[in-house]
Design a protein. Structure first.
Length: 488
């Protein structure tokens, strides 16, 4: 549809931004927190900084919330660090961990900013891994349920929007990159066992949220990368559907319908994969009715047919921000991904495709008829302070403007969308490139090099500096999506 009018956003639309504990908090050894597997994983990514300091949000949270309020936020999406709340296998709840999150939540509420809280964003505690060997052990399910209940009990009076597991699909698709493959010796089969365990964790959290949080709503957070067929050749269309299944649809169908689809069941059968589903598991999954989808979406992919005799090729992400480093995968018999000549790409070879956000919202609405909120979308770039001490991030403004416009169009198309929370508010660590890949509306004055060299945190400035995109976003959201800041 083309419209003759500008898109309109609902009056109570939630405008904010997004983060995750391990990427923003720092203070990994403070306040009783114990290590998480992702800490160790992030240490392997030198020369990029690990997460011991990050944006030091742990010590700057008041200032950060004040900036959110100044910007005009009505929501903020962040995650809780499991090992800050439950630091050891004895399951004792850490009062200092609770204090930190209680203070943060109080500060948000005081400023009329609705907290949207993710229970799990890639940071399995090391104690859990030591006790059970990682995600592959069903013991994790009960621990996750216990942890979720602790969170609902302590924060559920003020937090009404809950997210279960961040990008479960991406954790399974990218395994090692996000640290979930620990303890596996046959990833091909075991990833489906881990996936099943994660589905049960998600289900337990959904059920507990509905039991414990008055008026609470909970949903999963799929990482959506919509897939276009390379051509109108019918085989390419089927390849695009296969890619969609293997990267996102299998997960979304399971969350909504509470059971595995014929597509994935046949795939397991044909490949002798035993996902280790036990009696009662699917009943539990069916009981867990989600209220909404939290949608992460940054880009799109393009797929083409890959015959059985095609040469297999691994998916290699661009890990340093030098254009051209990404390698598209070829999965014989399933699909191959390929470049899209119609879109530009970022320095990390991510497609710049605002329309993909509208496509995703339309796709999700058509398939599932559930409300959605955007919990990630954004533009990662190399950035450093200019001579004037400022950040003129016009490319990010263009990206956000074009993407938010598409959200508006999706709303005009009839999709129910509750809010938009781009990644990220302040600069924070990227999953693989530390501070070298920045997303924030607010610059954090620190580099990977400085973090790596500092003997003590007091040597670092960590000053918050509003970027041009902060001012632009502020105007847009204060006008509820009317002031696009265009020159015309
Ligand atoms: C999402 C993750 C976030 C975030 C973002 C950007 O998939 O949920 O944690 O990091 O991607 O990715 P990156 O940091 O790799 O640029």
């Amino acid at each position: 549809m083309h419209y003759r009018h500008e898109p309109r956003f609902p009056d109570n639309f939630m405008w904010g931004a997004s983060s995750a504990a391990w990427q923003v908090e720092g203070a990994t050894a403070k306040g009783g927190r114990t290590p998480a597997i992702i800490d160790l994983n992030s240490k392997k990514k030198k020369p990029f900084a690990d997460n011991s300091i990050a944006s030091d949000h742990y010590h700057h949270y008041k200032e950060d919330v004040a900036l959110m309020a100044e910007c005009g936020f009505s929501s903020y999406r962040f995650s809780l660090s499991w090992s800050r709340i439950i630091p050891n296998a004895d399951r004792k709840v850490n009062p200092e961990g609770l204090d930190f999150y209680n203070n943060l939540i109080d500060e948000l509420v005081k400023n009329n900013i609705a907290p949207i809280v993710t229970l799990y964003h890639y940071d399995m505690p090391c104690w859990l891994e030591e006790k059970y060997g990682g995600w592959l052990n069903r013991g994790v399910i009960e621990e996750f349920e216990y942890y979720s209940k602790v969170c609902f009990e302590h924060f559920g009076d003020r937090v009404k929007y809950w997210l279960s597991i961040n990008e479960q699909n991406m954790q399974i698709v990218y395994g090692d990159w996000l640290g979930v493959s620990k303890g596996c010796d046959n990833w091909f089969e075991q990833k489906w066992q881990i996936n099943h365990i994660m589905n049960l964790c998600h289900a337990k959290a959904v059920i507990a949220c509905h039991e414990m949080v008055e008026g609470g709503k909970i949903g999963p957070v799929p990482g959506m990368v919509p897939i276009y067929p390379e051509t109108c050749r019918p085989l390419d269309q089927i390849a695009a559907m296969n890619a969609e299944e293997f990267t996102e649809k299998i997960w979304n169908d399971t969350y909504v319908f509470g059971k595995y689809s014929n597509f994935v069941k046949n795939y397991w059968k044909n490949n002798n994969i035993d996902p280790k589903i036990m009696e009662g598991d699917e009943e539990l999954m069916a009981q867990a009715k989600i209220d909404f989808f939290a949608v992460n979406c940054y880009r799109s992919n393009t797929a083409k047919d890959a015959p059985l005799d095609a040469e297999p090729r691994e998916y290699l992400l661009n890990k340093d921000g030098k254009k051209g480093g990404l390698q598209f995968p070829v999965n014989p018999g399933e699909f191959a991904l390929t470049a899209n000549p119609y879109v530009e790409t970022t320095d990390w070879d991510w497609e710049i495709d605002p329309g993909s956000l509208r496509y995703t919202l339309r796709y999700m609405w058509d398939h599932y008829q559930l409300p959605m909120m955007i919990t990630e979308n954004g533009f990662g770039m190399h950035e450093s302070l200019g001579e004037d001490g400022k950040i003129h991030d016009q490319a990010r403004i263009d990206f956000l403007r074009d993407n938010i416009y598409q959200v508006g169009l999706a709303i005009e198309d009839g999709c129910e969308v509750w809010g938009y929370n781009p990644w990220s508010f302040t600069d924070l660590l990227s999953t693989g490139n530390g501070m070298a890949k920045r997303y924030g509306l607010v610059y954090v004055d620190v580099t990977d090099e400085q973090i790596n060299q500092a003997q003590d945190i007091s040597e670092l400035s960590l000053k918050r500096i509003r970027k041009d995109s902060f001012y632009w976003y502020s105007k847009l959201i204060k006008s509820n999506g009317k002031d696009w800041g265009r020159d015309d």
